[in-house]
Design a protein around this ligand. Structure first.
Ligand code: URA
Length: 240
């Protein structure tokens, strides 16, 4: 059991003081009834809380799929640019959210945002080898040799060796678009892998992490809450 003001401020994007004021103002209902007592004890597992008629998600952790647009940075705070946290809708915001992994400022697509450090650690751990799939539009054509080089493991100019990666093409996109699957997360990895092969990435979109695919109905810039089943699919299906 937790105090209502404390629970509300930890699950909604509110300071403790704002949570208290909203409760006193009659904006908060517990189990369908307005509750004006900030000290009211609430059981997050069984009780319901509404703020101005909107259900507050009381789960301990939240997992969000963002279809990241270009132009925002994968950070929690930034002095210059908008962050992926800034663009979340208010009903999904709560304290402690961060992006689990990074996409470059100009990369679009699937980004998972959570307040669950343990999950992020598991997802990003190099040992876990979670596959990430990207669609890369290129300034040139993919050849059989490019595919072979990806398969062998690309070596960057500084000697850094990448694990073998899968590079595919699809008739529907043509030979200057690659579908790349990597299981690591080196800085600018996909762009650098193509650069080694003399190809410039002109547009990059991530479409999956593990077996969790970007919802094709989710518009660019929009976000949705993931279910536990969605989250578990991150750890299914690997190339290594
Ligand atoms: N590889 C890149 O080069 N950029 C990204 O944003 C993700 C993977």
């Amino acid at each position: 059991m937790e105090r209502l003001d404390k629970l509300l401020s930890s699950r909604a994007d509110l300071s403790r003081k704002d949570a208290k004021n909203k409760i006193k103002n009659g904006e908060v209902a517990v189990n369908g009834r307005i509750c004006r007592n900030p000290e009211q004890k609430v059981d997050a597992a069984t009780d319901t809380v509404e703020l101005n008629g909107q259900a507050v998600d009381l789960d301990e952790h939240i997992y969000i799929m963002l279809n990241k647009p270009a132009g925002v940075v994968s950070a929690t705070r930034d002095n210059r640019d908008k962050t992926v946290i800034d663009i979340l809708p208010p009903d999904l915001k709560r304290p402690g959210l961060f992006p689990a992994g990074r996409l470059d400022k100009d990369t679009e697509g699937l980004l998972i945002i959570t307040d669950d450090g343990e999950l992020a650690h598991k997802m990003l751990s190099p040992k876990k080898h979670v596959d990430k799939k990207y669609i890369a539009k290129l300034g040139g054509e993919i050849t059989a040799e490019t595919i072979e080089r990806f398969e062998q493991g690309i070596v960057f100019a500084d000697g850094t060796k990448c694990l073998p990666a899968k590079l595919e093409t699809d008739e529907k996109y043509g030979s200057s678009t690659g579908i790349v699957t990597i299981c690591e997360g080196k800085f600018h990895q996909v762009k650098k892998m193509f650069a080694v092969c003399g190809l410039k990435v002109v547009h990059l979109q991530r479409i999956s992490v593990g077996n969790l695919y970007l919802d094709s109905k989710l518009p660019i810039g929009s976000a949705k809450k993931l279910t536990k089943l969605d989250v578990s699919s991150i750890f299914v299906g690997k190339i290594h």
